[in-house]
Design a protein around this ligand. Structure first.
Ligand code: ADP
Ligand code: F6P
Length: 470
């Protein structure tokens, strides 16, 4: 077994099952922030990525990608139900997102979650060379840091949570709260998206574990765990280069023409998830049409909603509701050849996404809660000419960085309508000023800066950060 000095452990590999079998391995990026972020830095880094490839009972041998080794973990049907669809996505996901959907507590799921976490931990322990760093990602694998500490006390253990960490009163609802918190605090460094999340972890460590805790350091059983905010980002140069490619620019022009130029284009791009506030935005748009404030002859909405977690009931129900609402809005307000909404329930490749971003006059991002929201950053990275407006929920992590966006509370439908109207009516000079400020911030805070900051904090020698190749 070849070993690595950096091992990344994430639930999902960036390759999906269908891309795997013939060994013709190309990056087929799974939609989702984690794969987008890590793909950008790891494809040229000497490391091993351990994860699930999206299939059932399959773990094909996957060739290296550049300098990155891929090590798939097979999940059985029972494990998928209990670990991924169950505890991770029906208990932790809703709870960590302000319980916008009711979390489900099912006793059997936790046992499966623990067993699967152990398998990931064992795989990581096996491929980590002596003194290596193991970087564990996200809420699916929250017990892995603690398990690794038992298996491999010689390694550096990092943990990064891509989603929000909830306030204590919500976390306290979890039946296995102590074990989950202790598991995560098995890491040497716990990275979070926002300082508030680090504060929540400190409060819980004091309350549940009796630890001595500040917002950047927790002392537990004589061991120091560091915590801190490391807001994740995107590969800015990749998106900028895509958006500048002549074929992409041409594709965008064609899309605009197909959408009925000079109609104003409102774009949203989400995984089809109840945290994304898709229904709130449809309500606001539909009311603007009803009130005659927006006319189908001069405005069109494009909603990309890529299927996600489709075997989980709440996602199926949400999809039905959204599709019913899109049908209703088009039925009521659309005209022949001029639908009010184009609804696209499919994955797009990166070039098509870039073309869509170029097409959009308004990017409408309205999650009810979101760890970061990389789509908002991708839009800003694509808008080199300084045009375009970003309407952004205050409850996305990105809002802390993009104060020049049109910030909005998506729960307030009247406020959302008013913000959409003011973004549509903004002066070009105002839009350019806002976009320039957001682009300036983003260029200094790309994904490489994120990885460097995290890995330097994990390993003060700078060895790990230096290994990030470009
Ligand atoms: P989340 O991690 O909750 O899915 P983010 O906005 O942070 O939300 O990340 C979503 C990522 O998935 C982005 O990089 C985006 O480009 C990608 N993505 C979203 N929709 C699609 C789609 N239809 N096809 C391909 N990639 C998509
Ligand atoms: O960014 C949050 C996240 O949950 C990632 O961990 C995950 O990969 C992504 O959203 C997409 O979700 P899934 O892997 O369930 O398709």
């Amino acid at each position: 077994m070849r070993q690595s000095s950096l091992v990344v452990v994430a639930n999902r590999l960036p390759l999906d099952d269908s891309a795997a079998p013939d060994g013709a391995c190309e990056w087929r990026r799974s939609p989702g922030g984690l794969a987008s972020a890590l793909h950008a830095i790891l494809q040229q880094t000497p490391a091993t990525w351990i994860g699930w490839n999206g299939g059932i009972d399959s773990a094909p041998v996957l060739p290296d990608i550049g300098t990155l080794r891929i090590r798939p973990i097979a999940l059985s049907e029972k494990e998928l139900r209990g670990y991924y669809e169950g505890f991770a996505n029906s208990t932790l996901w809703p709870l960590y997102h302000d319980a916008v959907e009711q979390p489900v507590f099912h006793r059997d799921w936790f046992q499966t979650y623990r067993d699967v976490n152990r398998r990931f931990a064992e795989a990581a322990a096996e491929v980590a060379e002596p003194g290596a760093a193991i970087w564990v990602q996200d809420y699916h694998l929250q017990l892995v840091p603690g398990l690794l500490r038992e298996l491999r006390p010689d390694v550096l253990i990092g943990f990064f949570l891509h989603v929000p960490f909830p306030p204590p009163e919500l976390f306290m609802q979890l039946p296995r709260r102590t074990e989950l918190l202790t598991g995560m605090l098995g890491a040497d460094l716990v990275g979070l998206q926002r300082p508030q999340a680090a504060h929540n972890v400190a409060q819980l460590a004091t309350k549940l574990l009796g630890a001595q805790a500040t917002d950047d350091q927790i002392t537990l059983d004589g061991r120091v765990v560091r915590t801190g905010a490391f807001p994740v980002s995107i590969d800015v140069s990749e998106m900028a280069a895509l958006a500048a490619r002549p074929d992409v620019v041409k594709r965008a022009a064609k899309m605009r023409a197909d959408l009925g130029q000079p109609r104003r284009v409102l774009l949203s791009v989400d995984r089809l998830d109840y945290t994304k506030g898709i229904e709130h935005r449809l309500t606001a748009y539909s009311e603007l049409l009803r009130d005659g404030r927006v006319k189908v002859r001069d405005t069109v909405m494009v909603q990309v909603a890529v299927p996600s977690r489709e075997r989980v009931d709440s996602y199926r129900v949400l999809r039905d509701r959204i599709e019913g609402e899109v049908g209703r809005i088009n039925g009521e307000y659309g005209r022949v050849g001029e639908p009010a909404i184009h609804y696209l329930n499919q994955p797009f490749d990166r070039a098509d996404l870039a073309a869509l971003y170029l097409t959009a006059d308004l990017m409408v991002v309205t999650p009810l809660r979101d760890g970061m929201n990389l789509v908002a950053k991708e839009y800003v990275a694509a808008r080199a000419d300084g045009t375009g407006a970003l309407v952004l929920s205050e409850f996305a992590g990105a809002a802390a960085e993009f104060e020049h966006a049109f910030l909005v509370n998506p729960h307030d439908v009247d406020g959302l309508k008013a913000t959409l109207l003011s973004a549509m009516g903004a002066e070009p000079a105002d839009l350019r000023r806002r976009m320039r400020a957001m682009r300036e911030h983003l260029s200094g805070h790309d994904i490489l800066a994120w990885a460097r900051a995290y890995l330097t904090a994990l390993d003060h020698t700078g060895r790990l950060a230096a290994g990030l190749l470009r």
